[in-house]
Ligand binder design. Structure first.
Ligand SMILES: Cc1cc2nc3c(=O)[nH]c(=O)nc-3n(C[C@H](O)[C@H](O)[C@H](O)COP(=O)(O)OP(=O)(O)OC[C@H]3O[C@@H](n4cnc5c(N)ncnc54)[C@H](O)[C@@H]3O)c2cc1C
Length: 301
């Protein structure tokens, strides 16, 4: 559904869909995201900002996205917020020209460096992009230590990728994975994905994995998994500087506040932008009851 043009046209016109999107997204403009970040900050919840969009089809669009993020970094600084940014490689032109995509990423990282080493996260897209995204990350990391990378627990290859990232002192955002992947690439069973998530997080928090620049983002709304990892953190005295919980704006707000109140480092990823349809569909797919609700409203009762 996330790739259907028909459904996208239907959905983006329907008021009820736009209303439902607003639960996950404070607005389409970066100013909306900054306002949301400022409202979360007093609760002890910091943020990560990301402009929705993927697979740009022209290099000048990728250039505009790059300029946009340079401007966002200035805005974050002016607002005095502890906010990081997260970018999608195909939004920076990876499909069109990997070398130009790298230059775009480097420009963003360089600017983030001049503004107090603001961390820049690279999202992980579907499996054909994993190798080129790792290359982007490794090249950026040589020049800018504050760059981090999302890694997906559903992929069989992830344990090997993590071992290759540990010696670099990488910042890793561990996620379960949001795309529909074939069974020869990703664990089909959710319980295997959950277990791999736990194992990979523990591996990244192990003493021999701690280096300058190492940081683990535990990016999940799964409360049971978070509790298991908290038990591991406490038992092994993992310092709060080594990890942060990361969740999506609007999802499991109670858990976000509970973690903040318990003094756990927590950040919320706030999305904004006009190109929200595929992203919204992935959020719905994470909770099938929502899909049934949307279909019922689209095609009548
Ligand atoms: C900060 C952050 C960054 C991310 N970056 C990436 C990335 O770069 N690449 C990538 O592939 N994926 C990314 N994801 C998405 C991730 O891969 C999962 O698809 C998503 O987080 C759902 O998995 P879960 O770990 O929350 O666990 P699940 O087992 O899917 O969910 C656990 C519980 O959380 C609640 N929940 C989860 N999702 C929703 C929802 N949409 N609506 C309502 N309730 C929900 C439900 O109660 C569910 O039972 C990111 C997620 C986060 C939090």
């Amino acid at each position: 559904m996330s790739t259907s043009t028909f459904l996208r046209e239907q959905a983006t016109r329907r008021a009820f869909v736009r209303k439902s999107v607003s639960a996950f997204m404070p607005g389409e403009q970066v100013e909306d995201a900054l306002r949301a970040a400022a409202a979360l900050a007093p609760q002890g919840i910091n943020s990560i900002l990301t402009r929705l969009g993927e697979g740009v089809t022209r290099l000048d669009e990728a250039e505009r996205v790059t300029e946009h993020y340079l401007d966002v970094l200035d805005k974050v600084r002016a607002a005095g917020l502890d906010a990081q940014i997260s970018v999608k490689p195909t939004q920076l032109g990876l499909d069109l020209d990997p070398a130009q995509c790298q230059r775009n990423l480097d420009r963003i990282c360089e600017k983030a460096g001049t503004l107090g080493n603001v961390p820049v996260w690279i999202d992980m897209e579907n499996s054909p992009y994993v190798d080129p995204t790792l290359t982007l990350f490794r090249t950026a990391k040589e020049r800018y230590p504050g760059v981090g990378l999302a890694i997906q627990a559903y992929l069989y290859r992830t344990a090997k990728d993590i071992e290759s990232l540990i010696p670099l002192g990488a910042a890793v955002r561990m996620v379960k994975g949001a795309y529909l992947e074939p069974a020869d690439v990703a664990y089909p069973r959710k319980s295997d994905v959950d277990e791999n998530f736990y194992t990979m997080c523990c591996r990244l928090m192990a003493p021999d994995a701690q280096k300058a620049g190492t940081l683990l983002h535990i990016a999940t709304h799964d409360v049971a998994l978070a509790d298991r990892l908290i038990a591991y953190i406490d038992q092994h005295h993992v310092p709060p500087s080594a990890y942060e919980f990361a969740m999506l704006y609007g999802i499991q707000r109670g858990q976000q506040q509970r973690l903040a109140r318990a003094g756990r480092p927590i950040r919320v990823l706030i999305s904004y932008g006009e190109y929200w349809y595929p992203w919204y569909m992935r959020r719905l797919a994470e909770r099938p009851a929502n899909v049934a609700f949307v279909l019922k409203n689209l095609f009548g009762r």
